[in-house]
Design a binder for this molecule. Sequence first.
Ligand SMILES: *Cc1c(COP(=O)(O)O)cnc(C)c1O
Length: 399
Amino acid sequence: MSTASDDGRSHAPIPLARPAVGAREEELVLETLRSGQLSLGPRLGAFEGAFAARLGTEHTSAVSSGTAALHLSLRAAGVAAGDEVITTPLSFVASANAIVYEGARPVFCDIDRRTLNLDPQAAAAAVGPRTRGLLPVHIFGCPADLPALEEIAAARDLFVVEDACEALGAEHADGTPVGARGNLATFGFYPNKQLTTGEGGIVVCPDAATKALIDSERNQGRAPNMDWLDHDRLGYNYRLSELACALGLAQLERLDDLLAARRGLAAAYAERLGAADRPAALDGLELPCPDSGGDRRSPFAYVVQVPPASDRDAVIGALRARGIDSKPYLPAIHLMSFYRERFGHRDGELPVCEDVSRRSLALPFFPGLTDEQLERVCAALAEALAETPRAAATASTAP
Ligand SMILES: *Cc1c(COP(=O)(O)O)cnc(C)c1O
């Protein structure tokens, strides 16, 4: 399918995301297919080891998804029914769902307007007698304020589990890679992530004992020696196949290039959409925050916020009419129907998150997006904002 633009040229549609897989991925996956060992073979340990080395950590446990990684991390942290876990409402729903899997309650706190990550002050204020831990998310690849959150956790004997599923390659101000601070941390390898295994995830474990526990729970609770009969604990099938590990090994080999491509695209978007002489239609458009304080983002998506009075969903429609895929990103988790019904959430509870989530728009972003395509997205966004109606000033936008 293609769409005709005003100048009569015909353009192929631009997707939101697309995995970057090439000859090396094909080679390693094919080699694995032909090896005759499709699960629990040598590539599992090889991938775990290579990933750990990349992060500068020691113990990792690869699993079937980022969600599985979050679930096993929370179990390893000791979450039990009736506990509360403080987390962010601006995330992919998996980070909250994993808390609910164990019968615990996600306590959503508002976000920092600049970084869009869990606001440590709000988190500190939400600690109560049932609070067991904190689950911050490094949203869109921007490092969450872990030093502040760890201080809150240490003072009250809470665990920290980091959802770093969108943040492979990001760094904290002290140079530590995100996910390598010694907390339980999770990464996800869905096809739109910085590194993909098709489906997959990994837990960064603080020590060998935690890895042993998670290795067992991902594999039906079996002993590490693969004893078939002694299942001495409840387990799951959260194994990652050898094919997925082979794909991950090939992706790790060129991770620097993949990350650099994303950084380049984010800079190109910021330059065009933030230019001093940008079209007037872009006035009021907010871009992802630049790095500050030494933290370094690893861009996962390019998410802008439309001006407060703009109709984001109409902008998505106007972009679609121009062959450009975009998404409302992300919806506030506490306002999803399951969370409203199960936990009694209402509109207006978390105003910063709700405002951001109402205005957020993810633009096409993936290694391989060409300069020409990026130009087209920016031009189309200006057109879309110009042609969609803006509401008259409302209470929230009036001075
Ligand atoms: C992708 C992602 C996950 C994990 O997703 P899976 O699809 O289960 O791999 C978890 N949290 C966040 C914030 C994510 O973006």
